[in-house]
Design a protein around this ligand. Structure first.
Ligand code: SAM
Ligand code: SF4
Length: 335
């Protein structure tokens, strides 16, 4: 980038500066978690309507070089089902000024792909793991796969990523039995585990407040098994996880429902079909794909991105009466 081009900072009406992007590379997935996808008849974007790697790389480099974005997390659907993802990682790793490139995965294909991703330049990885019981895994994901997920986690550890974190959804009626053994599993492997409160983003629209295992209850369960936890001061206020020292390890709690962190939000999202979503719970999107395909120049794309930021609401409003979940469920947004 030329040194003369000024950075157009993505600041919204509430003064929030956006430096972090969640980029979905596919809405397809190899399992069907009930908190995200429907059990059957999931609808997917036609392949020709997905952003190509070249289109993703163009948007990413605009966001970094012209708009001051610092970190990009690839997600989905399941990002590892997108063919040749390592090629995209290599393309994005070459963007100067991108401070952090990371990925969130269910881990099932990591055993085969971890080394290729590491070699392509991926440094940080988050792996979802909600249970250590195959029957519970099947109940949650409506597929088999726990053994492969664990093998994927262990392979990632062998490959020497700079950071590996585990993510577990906190669901009342399921997670109570898992908390202790999941923390134990993470402590043994010296990786951080974070518990994320279940949000109303399931395709089945079955979410109820009662289904959320809240952060306070989680902390009580952790303390009853591992003793008093010690809060670790947050070094980045936009980081949604509160972290605690538990024994020799770290455990995070993300209270997305009970203590929303919208006032610190620095994120925007790009769906696999190339629309900007300024919030997980946004009711509208700003499509970029067709604009790019019809020859829009960089300034025109940046103007659209700015428009999306300007339309961002103050908060997700899950706790407000009359809250309606967004039309697109999690897998179609990019978690
Ligand atoms: N397939 C990958 C995975 O599961 O890790 C990446 C995409 S997934 C949508 C990203 C993250 O969103 C996962 O950690 C998943 O647990 C989380 N997630 C999915 N549905 C959720 C919901 N309703 N509430 C909170 N988190 C959710
Ligand atoms: Fe697939 Fe991830 Fe959604 Fe589970 S949470 S169905 S693994 S996209």
């Amino acid at each position: 980038m030329s040194a003369n081009v000024p950075i157009i900072r993505l600041i919204d009406r509430f003064g929030r500066l956006h430096t972090s992007v969640r980029l979905s590379v596919t809405d397809r997935c190899n399992i069907r978690c009930f908190y995200c996808m429907p059990a059957v008849d999931a609808e997917f974007v036609e392949k020709s309507r997905l952003l190509s790697f070249e289109e993703i790389a163009r948007l990413a480099s605009l966001l970094v070089n012209r708009c001051g974005v610092r970190d990009i997390r690839l997600t989905g659907g399941e990002p590892l089902v997108r063919r040749q993802l390592d090629r995209l990682i290599a393309m994005l790793s070459r963007i100067e000024g991108l401070a952090d490139l990371s990925l969130t995965t269910n881990g099932i294909l990591l055993g085969e792909q971890a080394w290729g991703l590491r070699q392509a330049g991926l440094k940080r990885i988050n792996i979802s793991l909600d249970t250590l019981d195959e029957k519970v895994f099947q109940r949650i994901s409506r597929r088999s796969g726990l053994e492969k997920t664990i093998a994927g986690i262990d392979r990632a550890i062998e490959c020497g990523f700079e950071s590996i974190k585990l993510n577990a959804l906190a669901i009342r009626g399921i997670t109570e039995q898992e908390v202790g053994r999941l923390v134990e599993f993470a402590l043994q492997r010296q990786v951080t585990i974070r518990f994320i409160e279940f949000m109303p983003l399931d395709a089945d629209r079955a979410w109820r407040t009662d289904n959320v295992l809240d952060g306070d209850s989680l902390l009580q369960m952790i303390e009853s098994r591992f003793g008093k936890v010690v809060p670790i001061p947050r070094d980045d206020p936009a980081q949604p996880a509160e972290e605690f020292l538990v024994g020799e390890g770290r455990v995070g709690i993300i209270r997305s429902v009970t203590v929303p962190f919208c006032d610190q939000c620095n994120r925007l999202r790009i769906t696999a079909d190339g629309s900007i979503r300024n919030c997980l719970f946004a009711k509208s999107e700003t499509p970029l794909r067709d604009l790019m395909r019809s020859g829009a120049n960089d300034d025109e794309l940046i103007a659209k991105i700015q428009q999306a930021i300007a339309e961002k609401k103050a908060a997700h409003g899950i706790d407000q009466t009359g809250f309606e979940p967004p039309e697109r469920p999690m897998y179609a947004i990019g978690g």
